[in-house]
Design a protein around this ligand. Structure first.
Ligand code: B12
Length: 215
């Protein structure tokens, strides 16, 4: 797979070209490129660039919004392919996942949910801006094995701790494991709040979930 195509994919996100991003995603499938590689080596690189530029005041919110739309368009094309290549298998466990309240970032969380589901987990995706109590209630309702909590903002990360506590309050810990993620989240933060694990990406999240259900 040529670096050139990955670079064009990244550029389509930087330019916020929704049509172009979705056409490139289709091209990746037609050329037999691993859909996760297309996301991680191509499109995400563009989004990272936009995030950096935004962080240092070189790009602005409308750029971020357009980049996110282009990213979502590409992921929407690649998602069925990710699921298809996951193949049929027995349910490995039940995972409740969502982005904490106050935070509407959903691209990474949805990618993790898709990869978990493609890998054989039954996934209950609560979406974004999810109340702390809703994570715990859903976990009890579906008898979850794992609760996955995403936060992309430093200001909302503290809600991950609240989810751990809400599960404790309902008497669901330690049976229900908690995994956390999102750009500002780290291993040490996960340990500090009493979560059972952290992963920096979707593939790592699948490995982590498998390890957590294996005990
Ligand atoms: C796209 C984007 C947006 C889009 C989101 C669209 C959407 N539908 O998601 C929009 C434009 C809406 C947006 C808004 C804002 N954003 Co924004 N955004 C980003 C950006 C550029 C990319 C995020 C992304 O999708 N990355 C790609 C995915 C694939 O990666 P990911 O999310 O990190 O997820 C992976 C891992 O983290 C992990 N993971 C994620 N979740 C989970 C969960 C579990 C359980 C596990 C195990 C793993 C895991 O696996 C994922 C897959 O590999 C980031 C910069 C960056 N590079 O992170 C800024 C960024 C996160 N945003 C930022 C900010 C400040 C904002 C705003 C406050 C801006 C504003 N002034 O309004 C608002 C907040 C709105 C809100 N209340 O939530 C800051 C956050 C700073 C901070 N540390 O707090 C960042 C870092 C940009 C920056 N450098 O300043 N944003």
């Amino acid at each position: 797979m040529s670096q050139e195509l990955y670079d064009v994919m990244a550029q389509s996100i930087i330019d916020g070209e929704v049509e172009e991003a979705s056409l490139l995603a289709e091209r990746a499938i037609a050329e037999g490129i691993d859909p996760l590689a297309a996301i991680n080596e191509g499109f995400v690189k563009g989004l990272d660039h936009v995030g950096e530029e935004f962080g240092c005041g070189e790009m602005f919110l409308p750029d971020l919004v357009l980049a996110a739309e282009a990213m979502k368009a590409a992921v929407a094309v690649l998602e069925p392919e990710l699921e298809r290549t996951g193949q049929e298998r027995a349910v490995l466990g039940r995972v409740v996942i969502g982005t904490v309240s106050g935070d509407i970032h959903d691209i990474g969380k949805t990618l993790v949910a898709t990869m978990l589901s493609a890998s054989g987990f039954q996934v209950y995706d609560l979406g974004v801006d999810v109340d702390v109590a809703a994570f715990a209630q859903k976990a009890r309702e579906v008898n979850a094995d794992i609760v996955g909590v995403s936060s992309l903002l430093t200001t909302t990360m503290v809600k991950q701790r609240d989810v751990v506590e809400a599960l404790e309050d309902l008497g669901l810990r330690p049976r229900v494991k908690v995994m956390v993620g999102g750009a500002p989240v780290t291993h040490s933060w996960a340990a500090e709040i009493g979560a059972d694990g952290y992963s920096e990406d979707a593939m790592g999240a699948v490995q982590l979930a498998k390890a957590l259900v294996a005990g």
